[in-house]
Design a protein around this ligand. Structure first.
Ligand SMILES: [Zn+2]
Length: 344
């Protein structure tokens, strides 16, 4: 009888120690978990702590962004009492957000609050154009029996990029807009054709008219913001280069020194990210001038034209369909953009 009591006591003692030091600060990934959903589940703002999570857990992530089912991960910033206080922690952080952040409905209900991270881009103006939109879905493919379209994925990455730039104090114009598609956490993004051009212009069907419309919008705004540091970033998820095993293309105008530098800086950022997070993969992005592209030729701000893989390519689909990856791509572009601004 006496013995039994001792054993139980020891057990309890042990469980207590494990709880306060390990179990509550680390979690085990379950089937279907991604970094964002795992952080969210544990009451941590996934966008605030994404980088920190990756840094702390880098050895246990595939391609720097994927969790392994059954693997244990450290959750940043959450120390004790995760489970019982989770909901009140979440409420608390929501309240703080309301006070500090600015709200942009275009990002959707769950993503509309932008929390300031810095003022590093305070004087900078960005025009973000996601490829295609409106009556033109861009490149299309079928994934698990469902149609997927380039414009929806380019738009999602562009929104994520916009949010990053806003958080660093930039002025951002989202040129192609969809009032009812915010940032989406799904793999399959439903297609629609109700995108408009800034502020609310119907996008024409005719290709030349469509391109001319966005050129005019950007050039008019450029005039309005005259004197400021202004850059245009165009994002596509298809690729003109066939049969090449290249990750990301960056194009710029051959005569634009600033456009070339912006493309180089984003390219450089991608190179260093690959080295850091995917040392076993070689990054094979390229950058070159492509004055033949209508938007590259006709728009006035210095610009870079980015092709993030190809939605029709099976290997690229893996990267583009995963919301965590779209977030990582947007983040990397934003870091290149900041680098460029600070080097000006
Ligand atoms: Zn395209």
């Amino acid at each position: 009888m006496y013995k039994l009591f001792i054993i139980c006591f020891l057990c309890l003692g042990q469980i207590h120690v494990v709880c306060s030091q390990d179990t509550l600060a680390t979690v085990t990934a379950e089937k279907g978990d991604g970094i964002l959903s795992l952080l969210r589940k544990h009451g941590v703002d996934p966008y605030q702590y994404y980088d920190e999570f990756v840094n702390v857990n880098i050895d246990n992530l595939r391609d720097s962004v994927h969790l392994y089912e059954g693997q244990t991960y450290a959750i940043p910033k959450v120390t004790l009492d995760t489970v019982p206080i989770e909901s009140s922690l979440q409420e608390q952080s929501k309240e703080i957000k309301k006070i500090e952040g600015k709200t942009y409905d275009i990002f959707g209900e769950d993503h509309k609050t932008v929390l300031p991270k810095s003022e590093r881009l305070k004087e900078a103006v960005y025009y973000l154009v996601s490829g295609h939109g409106g009556p033109d879905p861009g490149a299309m493919a079928v994934y698990k029996g469902k149609p997927i379209a380039e414009d929806e994925y380019a738009y999602d990455i562009t929104l994520r990029l916009a949010k990053e730039l806003l958080a660093h104090g930039a002025k951002v114009y989202i040129i192609i807009r969809d009032e009812n598609d915010g940032i989406r956490e799904e793999r399959i993004l439903d297609l629609d054709n109700d995108e408009v051009a800034y502020p609310d212009k119907t996008i024409p069907l005719n290709q030349l008219a469509r391109l001319r419309q966005r050129v005019d919008i950007v050039n008019n705004l450029y005039k309005k913001n005259k004197g400021a540091y202004q850059r245009l970033i165009v994002t596509h998820v298809d690729s003109r280069s066939k049969g090449q095993n290249i990750d990301v293309f960056f194009y710029h105008h051959e005569k634009s020194k600033n456009g070339k530098r912006l493309a180089e800086n984003i390219h450089k950022t991608f190179q260093s990210k690959y080295k850091k997070y995917q040392p076993n993969r070689t990054y094979s992005g390229t950058f070159e001038d492509r004055t033949s592209l209508y938007l590259v030729k006709k728009t006035h701000p210095a610009m870079t034209f980015i092709e993030i893989g190809n939605i029709r390519n099976k290997k690229d689909q893996r990267r583009i369909l995963e919301p965590d990856n779209r977030q990582a791509l947007a983040k990397w572009i934003s870091e290149g953009v900041i680098l460029d601004y600070e080097e000006r």
